[in-house]
Design a protein around this ligand. Structure first.
Ligand code: PEP
Ligand code: MN
Length: 264
C-alpha cells in the first residue's frame, strides 16, 4: 500500500515478513541464555532477536543489564541463527557501541522517550543512519512526547523509523501492567501513516495469559508487527519474569492468531 512505503522499504531491505515478529528475552543474562533462546526461536516466525543489555530500571537495586558484553552475544546469536538483532539504546554512547557491533535495529525505551534532551542527543548520534530505529511510547499517556521523539529523529534524517506501543502507566491498578490506551497509538498512526506500528504486548500485560488477546487485537487494528518477550525458562528470568513466554508458547500463539499477511 502506498501509505506504508517506508514500512515496505525497510521490510524489503531486510527481507522480512509482514507482520514483523521480534522476540527474545527482556534482558540478556548470559551468553548461553541468549544463544539458547535464539536457537529455540529459529523455527518460529520471529525474524528479529531482542535482548536488553542496558536496562533502565525504575527503582535501584534491580538487575541493570550486562552492558556492552551482551553485544558480542547478540552478534554470535545472529551468526549462528541468521536472525537480525535489536537492543535498547538510552544514550549516544550506547548508540555508538550498538552501531560498532552490527546491531540491526535500535529501540528507544519508554523511560527515554519521556526525555527530550536525551532523545535529541540520540537522534544526533544517529544522524543520517539507515539503521531501523523504533521508538517506544513514553511511560505516561502523553501523545506529544511520543510525537516529539519521532519528529526529533525525522529531523536528523533518520528514515527507517517505526514505533512500538508498550502501554501507559497509571496510578490505579488494572488487569494490565501498563494500560493499552489503544486510541493514543491510533492517533499517532493517523498523524504518521507511514510509520510501522508494532505492539509490545509483554509490557502492557505484565503477565502471560493475556499476551495472545493483545496480539490479536493489534493485528485486527492493522498493526505491522509484535515484539514479545520470550525466555527459555521464564520463571527464572532476571527481569520481567511474570510476563515472559517460552519460544514454544510463541510458536503456538503465532499458529492461533488470525493474521492477514498483506500490508494495509
Ligand atoms: C524492555 O523492552 O524490556 C523495556 C524495558 O521496555 P520499556 O521501555 O517498554 O519499559
Ligand atoms: Mn522487559
Amino acid at each position: 500500500m502506498e501509505n506504508k512505503k517506508e514500512l515496505r522499504n525497510w521490510l524489503d531491505a531486510f527481507g522480512l515478513d509482514h507482520p514483523l515478529v521480534i522476540a527474545g528475552p527482556c534482558s540478556a543474562e548470559t551468553e548461553e541464555q541468549v544463544l539458547k533462546i535464539a536457537h529455540q526461536l529459529k523455527d518460529s516466525d520471529a525474524t528479529v532477536l531482542r535482548a536488553g543489555i542496558w536496562k533502565p530500571r525504575t527503582r535501584p537495586g534491580n538487575f541493570e543489564g550486562v552492558g556492552a558484553l551482551g553485544l558480542k552475544w547478540l552478534k554470535k546469536a545472529k551468526e549462528e541463527t541468521g536472525m537480525l538483532t535489536t537492543t535498547e539504546v538510552a544514550n549516544p554512547h550506547h548508540v555508538d557501541l550498538a552501531l560498532e557491533n552490527d546491531i540491526d535495529i535500535l529501540w528507544i525505551g519508554a523511560r527515554t522517550t519521556v526525555s527530550p534532551f536525551i532523545v535529541q542527543e540520540i537522534a544526533e548520534a544517529l544522524k543520517g543512519t539507515d539503521k531501523t530505529v523504533l521508538v517506544k511510547n513514553p511511560v505516561n499517556p502523553d501523545l506529544s512526547l511520543w510525537l516529539g521523539a519521532v519528529e526529533r529523529l525525522y529531523t536528523q534524517d533518520i528514515k527507517n523509523l517505526g514505533v512500538i506501543h508498550r502501554g501507559f502507566s497509571a496510578y490505579e491498578k488494572t488487569k494490565y501492567r501498563n494500560n493499552p490506551e489503544w486510541q493514543i497509538a491510533i492517533e499517532l498512526q493517523n498523524k504518521f501513516p507511514d510509520l510501522p506500528l508494532i505492539l509490545d504486548p509483554s509490557h502492557i500485560a505484565g503477565r502471560r495469559d493475556i499476551i495472545f488477546d493483545l496480539c490479536q487485537t493489534a493485528l485486527d487494528l492493522n498493526y505491522d508487527g509484535i515484539m514479545v518477550e520470550t525466555h527459555h525458562t521464564p520463571d527464572d528470568a532476571w527481569s520481567d519474569a511474570a510476563q515472559q513466554i517460552t519460544p514454544s508458547t510463541l510458536i503456538q500463539i503465532m499458529k492461533d492468531l488470525k493474521i492477514r499477511k498483506e500490508i494495509s
